[in-house]
Design a protein around this ligand. Sequence first.
Ligand SMILES: Cc1cc2nc3c(=O)[nH]c(=O)nc-3n(C[C@H](O)[C@H](O)[C@H](O)COP(=O)(O)OP(=O)(O)OC[C@H]3O[C@@H](n4cnc5c(N)ncnc54)[C@H](O)[C@@H]3O)c2cc1C
Length: 292
Amino acid sequence: MKAIIFLECKDGSPVSASLELFSAAAAVGAETVPVTVAAPEGYLYEDAVTEAVSAKAKAEDAALVLLAATPVGKLVAPRIAARLGAGSVNDALSVGAEGGKFTAVRPVFGGTVRETVDFCTDKAVISVRGGSYDAPADVPAAEELTADLSGGVYAKVAEAIEEAGAAVNLEDAKVIVTGGRGMGNEENFKLCEELAEVLGGVVGATRPAIENGWVGRTHQVGQSGKIVAPDLYIACGVSGATQHVSGMMGSKYIIAINKDENAPIFSIADVGIVGDAKQILPLMIEEFKKRK
Ligand SMILES: Cc1cc2nc3c(=O)[nH]c(=O)nc-3n(C[C@H](O)[C@H](O)[C@H](O)COP(=O)(O)OP(=O)(O)OC[C@H]3O[C@@H](n4cnc5c(N)ncnc54)[C@H](O)[C@@H]3O)c2cc1C
């Protein structure tokens, strides 16, 4: 049984969540067919991926197509499924196979519940959330596909404008320091940015921190922001609301700083520090600088 592994690329390299797909395919004993996609000049990457991956899956008679659950992956997965007559699940936490059919576990109700989906189709197209599997040490070379977009109706890109702050790559960051409303103001929020810089990481934010204008929208972590799974996640002045936690619960090690010892964030933290983040962060910054 074959699985197409779509390796989504940013700046020429596969995003880390797509490398984890090899482990998801191994979990169901699939033979992997890794591919990347080059979009023809002036066309949308999403359209190119949809057509190229669908064509490859048909040519290989693949039973499974795996994509990373990025905005691109989540958009194209159901489109590919429609072309293949396959079932589709987005944002899976794991992939399985039982009695010749695929299964997938996905979060629902903002991550408070996990449900297992049993596919009734023979074929499945599944996007898998980053951090759900470990990427293997060695990954095989991928075939670069070029989409044939000659026969359909597709959007053409008239002009591409880069969003301010779009360079923030929270999804691939190994360390994220997130500031919440508890940081109090923009000046204090800079402490999160400073710690992130010292640790070689990226700064994240809750929705209130963004709505207060302390940092750009591209830094938002959560249900309506980015889904992240770094090795280390430091949450400062973050209460741990479901809509935030659902975006970072795949983090490998979580440190939470909150002055309220009953804050829900402590229930998912590996280490909890009860105290004022404005006082604790300067100490951490100083200590990490010394150790470096
Ligand atoms: C449909 C929908 C989608 C949403 N999507 C998102 C999303 O994607 N991401 C997101 O983050 N939110 C999202 N939200 C909002 C979410 O529900 C919460 O309101 C938000 O996550 C809370 O942010 P917070 O933890 O920064 O603020 P609060 O909940 O106000 O928590 C602030 C915390 O800081 C602590 N604190 C205060 N002062 C200090 C101090 N000096 N030192 C240490 N701790 C201190 C407090 O004890 C408190 O626990 C969404 C909401 C809805 C309805």
